[in-house]
Unconditional design. Structure first.
Length: 468
């Protein structure tokens, strides 16, 4: 059995791994080890595709859509056909990943899984699918409880430990997440386990280790598969965060050759266009895809870039559009408190609403670094600097080196009068080792100018917050 320390040292040294399929989980129920037959998906009513965008449909996507139709027909003929029900549920999970129509397909997947469990409460496939969907909906406590129950029944099941890793990461239980990931790696070292280890490396501040691990995840994937494209995009994201624009761009473009509408690749290329040629170029990239059916992440990114570029009228329209999309997710069971609070704070709008949402999320997940960092940023935007400081300190306790968090820390410490610490964080996030998202570059430059002026005006005295 691989020791826990393997995640944090040995695998990386050997050339080894939040995500981790964080924010949109892609757990594959095929990870289980107690059945040999094939499983495919979840839902009971055929999906009307007449409203979908006039874009090229890949053979894989068409295969899933055809499978959906066939499985719905089979269920209509035999409503007690559990195999078809679980196959349909998983199909909807896969469609949510590939087609970007998360709200519709994820909702259908959960409904079919629940209907299956009404018929057969102990059905393992349906329970696994429900865990995956609950994670996607950010219902982490429920997912963790179900996964713990399955772990007692199937102690050598890689899927279960992947789910436990994901849930514990999101709940801020990082030691428990490491334990679960270590167990998953010992059972099945593959794309899913390597990618989770990569995210844990990132959380612990080891960006080279995170990149090395994600490379192994990519190497373990099947060429052209959705899972491998996901891993490639996250590898590109890591490259971009660490300033390797060239490799990031190559990977994003390669993924788009396989999946032209891949959200992560589009956003990454928009960032690169902005960095190379200004925000207007990045905005142009995103506007090509920002129609009424666009992935909510594209709309949110476009809104942030418009705000940063001073396009107030368009920004207001896009902020409303993005907020509407997030509320639509909430209407079908997504927990979007963190996402909406962060979005409002980044756009510097509706800060009271942001504070209400992040306070609620903090009560659920007080140890999660993303929740803490967002809470700190919301309080900074509201002018509550003394509230923001301890939250940001705790958010960075893992020595996480996400450039945007380092920049936010610099802003917060500067506002608190701790100029030396602010300078240290800003210097780190603007070094050649890291690269801020495009929408933060100009504000970081402005902070740098202010700190330089302060340094010229007064002697900077270190205090207890000073970083070595």
């Amino acid at each position: 059995m691989i020791r826990k320390i393997a995640i944090l040292t040995a695998f990386v040294i050997a050339g080894f791994t939040g995500m981790l399929m964080l924010k949109h989980y892609v757990i594959d129920v095929h990870d289980h080890d107690h059945h040999d037959h094939d499983h495919h998906g979840v839902h009971e009513h055929s999906h009307d595709h007449s409203h979908e965008k006039d874009v090229q449909i890949s053979p894989k996507l068409q295969q899933l859509l055809d499978r959906e139709t066939a499985l719905n027909a089979a269920i209509q003929q035999r409503p007690d056909d559990l195999k078809s029900r679980t196959a349909l549920a998983e199909t909807y999970v896969q469609l949510a990943r590939m087609n970007g129509d998360h709200n519709d397909f994820v909702h259908k997947a959960l409904r079919v899984a629940d209907n299956t469990l009404d018929i057969a409460p102990e059905n393992t496939e349906a329970r696994m699918i429900k865990i995956s969907v609950l994670l996607t909906l950010h219902q982490f406590e429920k997912a963790k409880m179900l996964a713990e129950s399955l772990a007692r029944e199937f102690p050598h099941n890689a899927f279960v430990y992947g789910a436990l890793c994901d849930a514990n990461v999101e709940l801020g239980n990082y030691p428990e997440a490491v334990t679960a990931c270590d167990k998953m790696l010992s059972i099945r070292p593959d794309l899913r386990s390597y990618s989770r280890a990569s995210y844990l490396r990132e959380i612990h501040g080891d960006m080279p280790g995170a990149i090395a691990a994600m490379k192994l995840a990519v190497k373990s994937g099947v060429h052209g598969s959705d899972e491998r494209n996901w891993a490639l995009c996250h590898l590109a994201n890591l490259y971009l965060q660490t300033g390797d624009i060239e490799n990031a761009e190559i990977i994003y473009n390669g993924v788009r050759e396989l999946q032209p509408n891949r959200t992560e690749a589009i956003i990454g290329l928009a960032d690169i266009a902005s960095i190379n040629n200004g925000l207007s170029e990045g905005i142009s990239v995103l506007e090509t895809y920002a129609d009424h059916d666009a992935d909510h992440k594209i709309i949110e990114k476009l809104a942030l870039m418009l705000v940063a570029n001073g396009n107030d009228l368009k920004a207001t329209e896009m902020i409303a559009h993005a907020a509407e999309g997030l509320h639509e997710q909430a209407a079908i069971g997504w927990n979007i408190d963190l996402e909406l609070a962060r979005f409002y704070a980044d756009c510097n709008v509706n800060l009271d609403g942001a504070q209400t949402r992040i306070e609620r999320e903090y009560q659920r997940r007080p140890e999660n670094i993303d929740v803490l960092a967002t809470y700190a940023w919301v309080e900074f935007r509201r002018g509550e600097i003394q509230k923001a400081l301890p939250l940001m300190e705790k958010a960075l306790r893992m020595e996480t080196k996400r450039p945007v968090y380092l920049y936010h820390a610099a802003e917060i410490y500067s506002a608190a009068g701790d100029l030396r610490t602010a300078q240290n964080y800003l210097k780190l996030c603007k070094s050649d080792k890291f690269l801020l998202p495009a929408q933060n570059l100009e504000s970081a430059r402005e902070l740098e100018k202010r700190l330089h002026q302060f340094a010229q005006q007064a002697q900077v005295t270190p205090n207890k917050h000073q970083k070595s």
